[in-house]
Design a protein. Structure first.
Length: 190
């Protein structure tokens, strides 16, 4: 299935998504990679306010390149998600709605997403320039010393992602692998 996800983002909206569904996101999302996740988690543990509201947020694991003149952002392809696995469960417990990156997640992250009604989506790896075209504005809002890994507030239009982990326990990587292996067996039986 194909879906549009538009602000205001809420848990109810992602309940219908299933592993393999295509979703186009329009609205405000945030960027954060591992160094920023570490700092955000430490802030929360100290009782400080994180740089943005975690509840119902969408975090894109990206460290964009510098913007060319006239563009809000440079190339903006996803980074490998497992680097955020140590921090993701805490943010999911605080109501994070969606994680966007590439690659598999740990069982702990999968279970935290399931428990908290959140989803994990894969962005198109290797299509950073295409992804950047969906970004209409970008502003550093925290940790500018991290350079490309600073936390940014992005406004995106029709950002394309594929649901990997859904709210019903579906996992596209496991289901896709199983379907592939099944097709090999069927071919061999012919």
């Amino acid at each position: 299935m194909e879906y549009q996800l538009k602000e205001p983002f809420a848990k109810e909206a992602v309940k219908a998504f299933r592993a393999g569904d295509q979703v186009r996101i329009t609205g405000t999302i945030y960027t954060a990679r591992d160094a920023a996740h570490k700092r955000i988690t430490e802030m929360i543990e100290r009782g400080e306010q994180p740089p943005f509201e975690i509840n119902n947020s969408i975090i894109y694991y990206v460290g964009p390149t510098p913007a060319k003149p006239g563009n809000p952002i440079g190339s903006a392809g996803p980074t490998t998600s497992y680097r955020m696995d140590a921090y993701a469960p805490k943010l999911l417990e605080l109501g994070q709605l969606m994680m966007i990156g590439k690659g598999q997640r740990s069982e702990e992250v999968a279970q935290a997403a399931l428990r908290n009604g959140a989803v994990y989506a894969a962005a198109i790896g290797g299509a950073a320039a295409v992804m950047a075209r969906c970004v209409k504005s970008a502003e550093v809002i925290a940790f500018p010393d991290l350079g490309a890994e600073a936390v940014r507030r992005l406004y995106v239009e029709d950002l394309p992602v594929t649901i990997v982990l859904d709210t019903a326990g579906g996992n596209l990587y496991e289901e896709g692998r199983a379907a592939y292996l099944e097709s090999i067996v069927q071919e061999e039986e012919l």
